[in-house]
Design a protein around this ligand. Structure first.
Ligand code: ARG
Length: 292
Protein backbone atom coordinates (compact mmCIF):
# COMPACT_ATOMS: atom_id res chain seq x y z
CA UNK A 1 0.00 0.00 0.00
CA UNK A 2 1.03 3.55 -0.67
CA UNK A 3 1.55 5.98 2.17
CA UNK A 4 1.43 9.32 0.38
CA UNK A 5 -1.36 11.04 -1.54
CA UNK A 6 -1.17 9.41 -4.96
CA UNK A 7 -3.33 9.86 -8.00
CA UNK A 8 -3.71 7.72 -11.11
CA UNK A 9 -4.17 9.56 -14.41
CA UNK A 10 -4.62 8.05 -17.87
CA UNK A 11 -2.69 9.67 -20.72
CA UNK A 12 -5.03 11.34 -23.25
CA UNK A 13 -3.40 9.66 -26.30
CA UNK A 14 -6.67 7.99 -27.37
CA UNK A 15 -9.04 10.67 -26.13
CA UNK A 16 -11.86 12.09 -28.25
CA UNK A 17 -15.60 12.71 -28.05
CA UNK A 18 -17.10 10.33 -30.60
CA UNK A 19 -20.32 9.09 -28.94
CA UNK A 20 -22.83 10.44 -26.48
CA UNK A 21 -23.88 8.64 -23.28
CA UNK A 22 -24.58 11.70 -21.14
CA UNK A 23 -26.26 15.01 -21.99
CA UNK A 24 -22.99 16.99 -21.82
CA UNK A 25 -21.25 14.93 -24.52
CA UNK A 26 -20.96 16.79 -27.79
CA UNK A 27 -19.36 14.70 -30.58
CA UNK A 28 -20.41 17.30 -33.16
CA UNK A 29 -18.51 20.11 -31.47
CA UNK A 30 -15.45 17.84 -31.28
CA UNK A 31 -15.70 16.80 -34.94
CA UNK A 32 -15.64 20.42 -36.14
CA UNK A 33 -11.91 20.53 -35.28
CA UNK A 34 -10.67 17.16 -34.00
CA UNK A 35 -6.96 17.99 -34.31
CA UNK A 36 -7.34 21.34 -32.55
CA UNK A 37 -9.46 19.76 -29.82
CA UNK A 38 -6.96 16.97 -29.34
CA UNK A 39 -4.11 19.47 -29.00
CA UNK A 40 -6.11 21.36 -26.39
CA UNK A 41 -6.89 18.11 -24.57
CA UNK A 42 -3.18 17.26 -24.31
CA UNK A 43 -2.38 20.76 -23.01
CA UNK A 44 -5.25 20.60 -20.49
CA UNK A 45 -4.06 17.23 -19.28
CA UNK A 46 -0.58 18.62 -18.66
CA UNK A 47 -1.96 21.56 -16.70
CA UNK A 48 -4.09 19.22 -14.59
CA UNK A 49 -1.08 17.08 -13.84
CA UNK A 50 0.93 20.14 -12.88
CA UNK A 51 -1.85 21.46 -10.59
CA UNK A 52 -2.13 18.08 -8.85
CA UNK A 53 1.61 17.89 -8.25
CA UNK A 54 1.69 21.48 -7.02
CA UNK A 55 -1.11 20.57 -4.57
CA UNK A 56 0.99 17.79 -3.04
CA UNK A 57 0.02 14.64 -4.97
CA UNK A 58 2.32 12.06 -6.46
CA UNK A 59 0.98 11.28 -9.94
CA UNK A 60 1.08 7.92 -11.73
CA UNK A 61 0.29 8.07 -15.44
CA UNK A 62 -0.88 4.89 -17.18
CA UNK A 63 -1.67 4.39 -20.87
CA UNK A 64 -5.20 4.11 -22.22
CA UNK A 65 -6.34 1.83 -25.04
CA UNK A 66 -7.22 2.67 -28.67
CA UNK A 67 -10.97 3.01 -29.24
CA UNK A 68 -11.63 3.70 -25.53
CA UNK A 69 -11.62 7.50 -25.33
CA UNK A 70 -13.25 7.70 -21.88
CA UNK A 71 -10.39 5.87 -20.18
CA UNK A 72 -9.08 9.38 -19.41
CA UNK A 73 -11.68 9.28 -16.62
CA UNK A 74 -10.11 6.68 -14.27
CA UNK A 75 -12.43 7.72 -11.42
CA UNK A 76 -14.75 5.28 -13.17
CA UNK A 77 -12.25 2.40 -13.23
CA UNK A 78 -12.44 1.17 -9.64
CA UNK A 79 -13.14 1.91 -5.99
CA UNK A 80 -9.96 1.88 -3.89
CA UNK A 81 -9.67 1.88 -0.09
CA UNK A 82 -7.02 0.49 2.28
CA UNK A 83 -5.04 -0.93 -0.63
CA UNK A 84 -8.04 -2.92 -1.92
CA UNK A 85 -9.46 -2.23 -5.37
CA UNK A 86 -12.86 -3.30 -6.73
CA UNK A 87 -13.00 -3.00 -10.51
CA UNK A 88 -15.92 -1.23 -12.15
CA UNK A 89 -18.62 -2.70 -14.38
CA UNK A 90 -19.88 -0.16 -16.90
CA UNK A 91 -23.54 0.28 -17.78
CA UNK A 92 -23.04 1.33 -21.41
CA UNK A 93 -21.47 -0.88 -24.10
CA UNK A 94 -19.44 2.13 -25.27
CA UNK A 95 -17.38 1.93 -22.06
CA UNK A 96 -17.32 -1.84 -21.41
CA UNK A 97 -14.20 -2.19 -23.52
CA UNK A 98 -12.37 -0.27 -20.78
CA UNK A 99 -12.81 -3.08 -18.27
CA UNK A 100 -10.04 -5.34 -19.64
CA UNK A 101 -7.40 -2.59 -20.08
CA UNK A 102 -8.19 -1.19 -16.62
CA UNK A 103 -7.87 -4.70 -15.15
CA UNK A 104 -4.41 -4.91 -16.77
CA UNK A 105 -3.46 -1.52 -15.30
CA UNK A 106 -4.52 -2.73 -11.84
CA UNK A 107 -2.55 -5.96 -12.27
CA UNK A 108 0.52 -3.83 -12.90
CA UNK A 109 -0.20 -1.61 -9.88
CA UNK A 110 -0.60 -4.79 -7.82
CA UNK A 111 2.66 -6.25 -9.13
CA UNK A 112 4.42 -3.00 -8.21
CA UNK A 113 3.02 -3.16 -4.67
CA UNK A 114 0.89 -0.01 -5.04
CA UNK A 115 -2.34 -2.00 -4.60
CA UNK A 116 -2.70 -5.06 -2.32
CA UNK A 117 -5.71 -6.80 -3.86
CA UNK A 118 -7.98 -6.52 -6.89
CA UNK A 119 -11.56 -7.85 -6.84
CA UNK A 120 -14.53 -8.01 -9.23
CA UNK A 121 -18.15 -7.15 -8.57
CA UNK A 122 -20.92 -9.76 -8.84
CA UNK A 123 -22.14 -10.22 -12.45
CA UNK A 124 -25.08 -8.01 -13.44
CA UNK A 125 -24.31 -5.29 -10.89
CA UNK A 126 -23.20 -2.05 -12.50
CA UNK A 127 -20.83 0.16 -10.58
CA UNK A 128 -18.79 2.96 -12.17
CA UNK A 129 -15.94 3.29 -9.70
CA UNK A 130 -15.04 6.20 -7.45
CA UNK A 131 -17.22 8.46 -9.59
CA UNK A 132 -20.21 6.79 -7.94
CA UNK A 133 -18.66 5.69 -4.64
CA UNK A 134 -16.94 8.55 -2.86
CA UNK A 135 -15.01 8.12 0.39
CA UNK A 136 -15.83 10.68 3.09
CA UNK A 137 -12.65 10.79 5.18
CA UNK A 138 -14.19 13.01 7.87
CA UNK A 139 -17.20 10.76 8.46
CA UNK A 140 -15.47 7.45 7.73
CA UNK A 141 -17.96 6.08 5.21
CA UNK A 142 -18.67 5.94 1.48
CA UNK A 143 -21.41 7.86 -0.28
CA UNK A 144 -22.69 5.89 -3.29
CA UNK A 145 -24.63 7.34 -6.21
CA UNK A 146 -27.07 5.12 -8.07
CA UNK A 147 -29.64 5.42 -10.84
CA UNK A 148 -28.30 6.66 -14.17
CA UNK A 149 -25.17 4.43 -14.12
CA UNK A 150 -24.46 2.38 -10.99
CA UNK A 151 -27.03 -0.12 -9.67
CA UNK A 152 -28.69 0.34 -6.30
CA UNK A 153 -27.25 -3.05 -5.16
CA UNK A 154 -23.70 -1.84 -5.74
CA UNK A 155 -23.79 0.08 -2.44
CA UNK A 156 -24.35 -3.10 -0.41
CA UNK A 157 -21.68 -4.98 -2.40
CA UNK A 158 -19.15 -2.23 -1.61
CA UNK A 159 -20.14 -2.18 2.04
CA UNK A 160 -19.56 -5.96 2.30
CA UNK A 161 -16.26 -5.83 0.47
CA UNK A 162 -14.71 -2.97 2.43
CA UNK A 163 -16.56 -3.61 5.69
CA UNK A 164 -17.53 0.08 5.86
CA UNK A 165 -20.84 1.90 5.86
CA UNK A 166 -22.10 3.06 2.49
CA UNK A 167 -24.84 5.69 2.30
CA UNK A 168 -26.67 5.30 -1.01
CA UNK A 169 -27.97 8.44 -2.71
CA UNK A 170 -30.32 8.17 -5.67
CA UNK A 171 -29.51 10.55 -8.53
CA UNK A 172 -32.60 12.13 -10.06
CA UNK A 173 -31.30 13.56 -13.36
CA UNK A 174 -29.25 12.47 -16.37
CA UNK A 175 -27.28 15.71 -16.09
CA UNK A 176 -25.76 14.43 -12.82
CA UNK A 177 -25.24 10.90 -14.11
CA UNK A 178 -22.42 10.17 -11.64
CA UNK A 179 -22.34 11.26 -7.99
CA UNK A 180 -19.06 13.13 -8.50
CA UNK A 181 -20.77 15.57 -10.91
CA UNK A 182 -22.96 16.92 -8.10
CA UNK A 183 -21.32 15.96 -4.78
CA UNK A 184 -17.91 16.55 -3.22
CA UNK A 185 -16.85 16.00 0.40
CA UNK A 186 -14.12 18.39 1.56
CA UNK A 187 -11.37 17.99 4.14
CA UNK A 188 -13.00 20.44 6.57
CA UNK A 189 -16.10 18.21 6.72
CA UNK A 190 -18.16 20.32 4.32
CA UNK A 191 -20.13 18.72 1.51
CA UNK A 192 -20.32 20.69 -1.72
CA UNK A 193 -23.44 19.48 -3.55
CA UNK A 194 -26.11 20.45 -6.06
CA UNK A 195 -29.49 19.78 -4.39
CA UNK A 196 -31.65 19.41 -7.55
CA UNK A 197 -29.53 16.41 -8.61
CA UNK A 198 -30.92 14.25 -5.80
CA UNK A 199 -34.24 12.56 -5.03
CA UNK A 200 -36.10 13.70 -1.91
CA UNK A 201 -35.00 10.54 -0.07
CA UNK A 202 -31.36 11.14 -1.00
CA UNK A 203 -31.49 14.75 0.21
CA UNK A 204 -33.01 13.55 3.46
CA UNK A 205 -30.18 11.03 3.96
CA UNK A 206 -27.61 13.72 3.19
CA UNK A 207 -29.15 16.33 5.46
CA UNK A 208 -29.43 13.81 8.30
CA UNK A 209 -25.65 13.37 8.25
CA UNK A 210 -24.42 16.85 7.36
CA UNK A 211 -25.29 19.83 9.58
CA UNK A 212 -26.36 23.04 7.85
CA UNK A 213 -23.06 24.80 8.60
CA UNK A 214 -21.23 22.09 6.62
CA UNK A 215 -23.49 22.19 3.56
CA UNK A 216 -22.28 24.18 0.59
CA UNK A 217 -25.01 24.38 -2.02
CA UNK A 218 -23.74 24.60 -5.57
CA UNK A 219 -25.66 26.64 -8.11
CA UNK A 220 -26.58 25.49 -11.61
CA UNK A 221 -23.77 27.69 -12.88
CA UNK A 222 -21.26 25.89 -10.58
CA UNK A 223 -22.53 22.57 -11.92
CA UNK A 224 -22.24 23.69 -15.57
CA UNK A 225 -18.64 24.72 -14.91
CA UNK A 226 -18.01 21.17 -13.64
CA UNK A 227 -16.66 22.73 -10.47
CA UNK A 228 -18.37 20.38 -8.04
CA UNK A 229 -16.18 17.71 -9.67
CA UNK A 230 -13.15 18.83 -7.65
CA UNK A 231 -10.03 17.18 -6.21
CA UNK A 232 -9.28 18.12 -2.62
CA UNK A 233 -6.22 17.54 -0.44
CA UNK A 234 -6.34 19.35 2.92
CA UNK A 235 -6.78 23.01 1.99
CA UNK A 236 -5.86 22.52 -1.68
CA UNK A 237 -8.60 22.23 -4.30
CA UNK A 238 -8.01 21.50 -7.98
CA UNK A 239 -10.97 22.20 -10.26
CA UNK A 240 -12.05 23.50 -13.65
CA UNK A 241 -12.14 27.31 -14.19
CA UNK A 242 -14.86 28.15 -11.71
CA UNK A 243 -17.50 30.71 -10.77
CA UNK A 244 -17.26 33.81 -8.54
CA UNK A 245 -19.70 32.07 -6.19
CA UNK A 246 -17.44 29.08 -5.52
CA UNK A 247 -14.26 31.16 -5.46
CA UNK A 248 -15.76 33.26 -2.66
CA UNK A 249 -17.45 30.46 -0.78
CA UNK A 250 -14.45 28.10 -0.74
CA UNK A 251 -11.98 30.92 -0.16
CA UNK A 252 -13.95 32.11 2.85
CA UNK A 253 -13.74 28.61 4.29
CA UNK A 254 -9.96 28.47 3.99
CA UNK A 255 -9.50 26.56 0.73
CA UNK A 256 -6.95 27.49 -1.92
CA UNK A 257 -8.16 26.90 -5.45
CA UNK A 258 -6.10 25.87 -8.43
CA UNK A 259 -8.25 26.35 -11.51
CA UNK A 260 -7.44 24.44 -14.68
CA UNK A 261 -8.94 24.86 -18.15
CA UNK A 262 -10.52 21.46 -18.82
CA UNK A 263 -12.87 22.50 -21.64
CA UNK A 264 -12.05 19.51 -23.92
CA UNK A 265 -13.04 17.11 -21.11
CA UNK A 266 -16.17 19.06 -20.12
CA UNK A 267 -17.28 18.35 -23.69
CA UNK A 268 -17.41 14.70 -22.57
CA UNK A 269 -19.14 15.47 -19.28
CA UNK A 270 -16.06 15.43 -17.07
CA UNK A 271 -14.10 17.71 -14.74
CA UNK A 272 -11.00 17.38 -12.53
CA UNK A 273 -12.18 14.71 -10.07
CA UNK A 274 -13.26 12.18 -12.66
CA UNK A 275 -9.90 12.47 -14.45
CA UNK A 276 -8.24 11.16 -11.29
CA UNK A 277 -8.30 8.10 -9.06
CA UNK A 278 -6.83 8.22 -5.54
CA UNK A 279 -4.81 5.07 -4.88
CA UNK A 280 -3.87 5.76 -1.24
CA UNK A 281 -7.22 6.32 0.50
CA UNK A 282 -7.42 4.67 3.92
CA UNK A 283 -10.26 4.23 6.37
CA UNK A 284 -8.04 5.39 9.26
CA UNK A 285 -9.69 8.29 11.13
CA UNK A 286 -8.41 11.73 10.11
CA UNK A 287 -8.26 15.04 11.93
CA UNK A 288 -10.25 17.92 10.48
CA UNK A 289 -7.72 19.46 8.15
CA UNK A 290 -8.87 22.96 7.24
CA UNK A 291 -9.20 25.99 9.48
CA UNK A 292 -10.79 29.00 7.82
N1 ARG B 1 -17.96 10.54 -21.09
C1 ARG B 1 -17.84 9.89 -19.82
C2 ARG B 1 -19.12 9.13 -19.48
O1 ARG B 1 -20.17 9.58 -19.80
C3 ARG B 1 -17.51 10.90 -18.78
C4 ARG B 1 -17.22 10.28 -17.44
C5 ARG B 1 -16.88 11.27 -16.39
N2 ARG B 1 -16.69 10.61 -15.17
C6 ARG B 1 -17.24 10.94 -14.00
N3 ARG B 1 -16.91 10.22 -12.97
N4 ARG B 1 -18.09 11.91 -13.89
O2 ARG B 1 -19.11 8.09 -18.92
Amino acid sequence: MIDRPTILLIAPTHYDVSYSINPWMDPQAWSRDPRGMYRQAVASFESLRYALEASGFAVEVAQGAPGQPDMVFPANAAVVLDGKAVLARFRYPQRRGEEAPFAAIFDTLHARGLIDSVAMLPEGCYQEGAGDCIWDAQRGHFWAGFGPRSSREAAAAMSRHFDRDVVALELATEQSYHLDVCFCPLAGGEILYYPPAFTAAALQALHARVPVAQRIEATEDDLRHFSVNAVNLQDQVVMTRTTPHLRDELGRRGYRLREVDLAPYMMSGGGAYCMTLRLDRTSAPVRRAVAA
